[in-house]
Design a protein around this ligand. Sequence first.
Ligand SMILES: Cc1ncc(COP(=O)(O)O)c(C=O)c1O
Length: 426
Amino acid sequence: MGSSNLNVSYSKLGQNLVPSAIASVMTIALENPNILSLAAGFTDSHSLPVLDVSDAVKSLSERPGSAEYLQYGTNQGRSALRSRVAGRLMTQDGISIDEEDRKRVFITNGSQQALFLATQVLCDTGDIVFVESPSYFVYLEMLKGEGVEARSLPTRGDGSIDLPALEKELVGIRNAGEIGRVKAVYLVSYFSNPTGESRSEEEKIELAGVLRRIGEPIAVIEDAAYRDLYFTHEHPARSIVSLNAFEGISCLYLTTLTKPFATGLKIGSGFCTDAKWLERILWLKGHHDFGSSNFTQAILEEVLSDDCFDNHLRIIRRIYQEKMNALHAALCDGGLTEVGWSWKEPSGGLYLWLKAPEGLDTRMGSEFWKACCQNGVLYVPGDLCYGGVEVFDNVRLSFGVLEQEKLKEAASRFTETAISFSRIKS
Ligand SMILES: Cc1ncc(COP(=O)(O)O)c(C=O)c1O
């Protein structure tokens, strides 16, 4: 069949279509088997819980009425799984849960779907979402695709949010008659992607104070995708949905069962304190899929019903700490800090966030990027992680997926490239 010249016209949805940068990075990695990718935020393949999942499936299949798991489920998600999710959150935050809390939880196809649904029902083209500087670049791409402006929160040198500056900026937006465009603040507040940093409880409370003083309906989305992936100590800050300071502010707390357990199961969840927002999210989810896979949810319900999930977490926390140490040590031993690169060792998550020597352009397509590709190593260019500000000299390295030996090899390729660039400069 030849190609049609009866071209259809498309809806407005894809009018801001921007090619996905991460998709391009992944294509390069897949097309070049010799390349080692420190780019993808994948998890450790060797420790994926194959036996746990197989045991859970066996025990589900042996249960009376087991066919139910292969039937459609509900749009909001399995009630027992929602209780487990609410229960985990309340244990982490040290508060009690009731029936009302369970009603605020919904299950999605990964937290990515929750982010998408929540943003779609909140934002129109031209609206503004404040994001951390830097932030989760896949969300930034999503905002761009929807014609929503991702505006960087004013940020101090230590990475904390400059809240007085934010208040001033919001007052300015209000004075300009534009405050209705500001729909939300988005935080990745535990062992963040990309920086590995976490937000303190005080900072969250102060943010709530600013929003309260501004007195406009601005929601807060807290993405806790990496909260469970601490190395030795959980981060002590409670989530926004457990802090009294956020009473009356529309809050959405997102978490996921992919990163801490099995990415391929692709189940995430949201806890929404605003009943109307939740109603809209569920309305849209109804049109997407009228419920995430009932069977996959049942598997997770099963693994969460005893120690299985937490035992798995204990294993992978150690693995990720060792991997982080291996990558960090290999970069240091190779001499990367001596040629002006710097980073902090994170205490959780999957990423090292590197600052290049002043003036070194690390963007996709830059000379440094090309040299890294030629030398067989990939990274995520840091500029992708900023909304509305141009910063060209950061690099995100993921230690999640490569085995330790490969991590060391990738680090050595990266370091060699960086050193060769410092020679060119001097
Ligand atoms: C900060 C953050 N949020 C959300 C997600 C989406 O995760 P998932 O859809 O697998 O739950 C990711 C994945 O990398 C992430 O890094």
